[in-house]
Design a protein around this ligand. Structure first.
Ligand SMILES: Cc1cc2nc3c(=O)[nH]c(=O)nc-3n(C[C@H](O)[C@H](O)[C@H](O)COP(=O)(O)OP(=O)(O)OC[C@H]3O[C@@H](n4cnc5c(N)ncnc54)[C@H](O)[C@@H]3O)c2cc1C
Length: 361
């Protein structure tokens, strides 16, 4: 047998799963058709952000702690704060009441003067709701760092060729599919086609003389995220990570969108929130897909009805915010041969129940 476990996908989820499996003394090979962090893990907005979902909050908190251990000083000690921007007081108060169900977020309503004092780049008439979350990191560095730890723990990486699932199942003890948006195709009919689908993000990388202090997010967007795709809208975010300063991203389902179409739409809306964006120098536009599960929570565990085959995918817009802790959870379950170690809201057993397929509210 080639190794105890083969993992398809060297994104943050595959690399973390590999590291924790090796910690359990298992031999592990990670295969990726491109390279480490070549998918969404190396090209996202780099914000480690609360999930605003009670069923994944503990996973997020564990993930923040793990990132601190892996990244050291490259993981900020404190969140920069996510400032949700809205046009009026009533909506700001409504958001604060909504996020008040997570006391750790300490939501604070800011009138336009207070918002401007907190964030001098803002238009002078925006209301804000400030949440205690948001750790900006470089997503590619984070993925590479986890991969380096995995390598040091004995994990083997085979990069540059597509994985052959059937061959891997014949030659390895267990196989994990952590292939991001490639998970459905890699599993080739073994899960429903709608179980993990691409949610497309277009982002525009810009240069500004002054950078924002906080993660700036159009207020209604965080609620939209829980519902999944937002079609035909270019929602505003301005996120500053060690990798880049990015406007956007979109949350589009369906076919791959064109950067040339969506980049200008994102830039058109930006100055309403941050006037200096009208003069920003545009570096480039990136298009990349999030692996979204049918109910917007990770899918971790055995592929239903299949022996020795596991799935670790569906992290949507929160892979950087949950991926390490997901890898730890999956590795515990695989090494113990006990999928009951995975809490029900995250378990791949959800794939068995058609009733569980509706998007949650
Ligand atoms: C624009 C954008 C912004 C985002 N911003 C944030 C953010 O700020 N914070 C946050 O927490 N999350 C964010 N995300 C989400 C996050 O990037 C993803 O949830 C996360 O990267 C998913 O990790 P993964 O390991 O599951 O998949 P991926 O990183 O996509 O890795 C999958 C890997 O599998 C490989 N692969 C696929 N098929 C095969 C095959 N058949 N054979 C071999 N290899 C294969 C691919 O090459 C790829 O390297 C964002 C995503 C996007 C698109």
């Amino acid at each position: 047998m080639a190794s105890d476990v083969a993992i398809i996908g060297a994104g943050i989820v595959g690399c973390a799963s590999a590291y924790f499996l090796a910690q359990h003394g298992m031999s592990v090979t990670v295969l990726d058709r491109s390279g480490i962090g070549a998918g969404a893990s190396g090209r996202n907005n780099g914000l480690v952000e609360h999930t605003y979902d009670a069923l994944t909050t503990a996973l997020y908190e564990e993930n923040v702690a793990l990132l601190g251990e892996f990244l050291g000083a490259a993981m900020p000690g404190e969140p920069v704060g996510a400032m949700l921007l809205v046009e009026d007081e009533a909506t700001a108060r409504e958001l604060a009441a909504h996020y008040g169900s997570f006391p750790e977020l300490a939501p604070a309503v800011l009138d336009p003067q207070q918002a401007l004092a907190e964030e001098p780049l803002l238009a002078g008439d925006m209301w804000g709701c400030l949440l205690h979350t948001g750790y900006p990191i470089s997503p590619l560095t984070a993925t590479e760092t986890v991969a380096e730890h995995a390598r040091a723990a004995g994990v083997r990486f085979l990069l540059g060729e597509a994985a052959d699932l059937a061959a891997l199942r014949r030659t390895h003890g267990e196989v994990v599919v952590a292939a991001g948006t490639g998970t459905g195709p890699a599993l080739d009919g073994l899960i429903d086609a709608g179980a993990v689908t691409p949610l497309w993000g277009v982002i525009v990388l810009v240069e500004l003389t002054r950078h924002p202090r906080h993660a700036l997010i159009e207020g209604t967007l965080t609620r939209g995220l829980l519902a999944g795709a937002i079609d035909d809208v270019a929602p505003f975010t301005l996120l500053d990570s060690p990798s880049w300063l990015a406007v956007g991203s979109t949350l589009l389902a369906g076919e791959e969108p064109r950067g040339e179409d969506w980049g200008p739409r994102l830039l058109d809306r930006g100055p309403r929130f941050v006037p200096s964006l009208a003069q920003a120098r545009v570096r480039s536009t990136l298009v990349c897909a999030r692996p979204k599960s049918f109910d917007n929570r990770p899918l971790l565990g055995r592929v239903p009805g299949q022996e020795h085959l596991w799935i670790a995918s569906g992290h949507g817009g929160r892979g950087l915010s949950l991926g390490l802790a997901s890898g730890r959870l999956l590795a515990d379950a695989i090494s113990a041969g006990d999928e009951r170690l995975i809490p029900e809201p995250l378990s791949s057993a959800r794939l068995e129940h058609p009733g569980g397929r509706a998007d949650r509210p």
